[in-house]
Design a protein around this ligand. Structure first.
Ligand code: BTN
Length: 263
């Protein structure tokens, strides 16, 4: 990926830094605080931003998670959205696989995160990051906004006792200070490499990597879906990104849902 390295420029107001061209992070727009970087990205679509434009904020006042949940966004966390133009039929896989570059970016910090289907990032069973991918039609064009939130330099003490039973932070897991700009730079470079493979249609190796790092596989799960509850053993993630759940010989393919419980 020589010549496609992200360069992070800190600004107090939105910036249009085009000095180094690469797909992901060719333009990085920074904010101190926004409601939600996904919302800012959506607003920016009116300006026809080029693919790979990234919105980053130090804080979010109304961060959003999957299924309409709130995403707590305390200072020290990393909150970003990437604007992409993938084929619409592939957006489900993009959402699923975007956990891969995010977990790869944690490795230099000595943290080996697992993916909980579909795209939660967990360490030791506790959530360290998540992804909210939204597809939008604007001016006859399909765009995807990939929102990534990671508890990077968040103090573990800043999480309430309740939250601490379910969530962790990179700083805590790495046992050292985290420079968010350093993490962001690594993440954008990993995402760039990932997206090059994704765009080229090299989905097979990406799915293989996903299966190898998905902690849900082989476990008994209870999943809440729009159509009801699915219970059984998670056997596979198929080529379309659906979780294959088996119960007494019956196989269910679950495309969207929340794993409520791993038994
Ligand atoms: C989830 O696990 O529920 C997904 C969380 C996604 C959070 C990120 S933070 C940056 C972007 N902006 C948002 O409002 N949400 C995503």
């Amino acid at each position: 990926m020589a010549g496609r390295k992200a360069r992070i420029v800190r600004r107090d107001s939105p910036s249009n830094d085009m000095a180094e061209r690469k797909i992901i992070g060719g333009r990085i727009v920074r904010f101190r605080i926004v409601d939600s970087t996904n919302e800012k990205a959506r607003e920016l679509l009116d300006e026809s931003p080029e693919e790979g434009t990234v919105i980053v904020a130090d804080r979010q006042a109304a961060g959003r998670g999957r299924h309409g949940r709130a995403w707590s966004s305390p200072p020290g966390g990393l909150y970003l959205s990437i604007i992409l133009t993938p084929p619409e039929k592939n957006v489900h896989l993009l959402s699923l696989l975007s956990g891969l570059p995010t977990r790869r970016a944690m490795k230099p910090f000595g943290v080996d995160a697992a993916l909980k289907w579909p795209n939660d990032l967990n360490v030791g069973g506790k959530k360290i990051g998540g992804i909210l991918c939204e597809g939008i039609h604007r001016r006859d064009e399909f765009r995807a906004i990939v929102g990534i939130g990671v508890n990077t330099a968040v103090e573990i003490r800043a999480l309430s006792a309740d939250v601490r039973t379910e969530a962790t932070t990179l700083k805590h897991e790495a046992g050292r200070e985290i420079d968010n700009d350093e993490f962001l730079e690594g993440l954008l470079n990993e995402y760039d490499a990932f997206y090059a493979g994704y765009e080229a249609g090299n989905i097979g190796p990406l799915l293989a990597e996903y299966r190898a790092t998905c902690s849900t596989l082989g476990r008994r799960v209870v999943i809440e879906t729009a159509k009801g509850r699915v219970r059984g053993t998670a056997r596979d993630v198929n080529d379309l990104g659906a979780l294959v759940v088996e119960e007494r010989g019956r196989r269910h393919e679950v495309f969207e849902g929340t794993v409520q419980r791993i038994e």
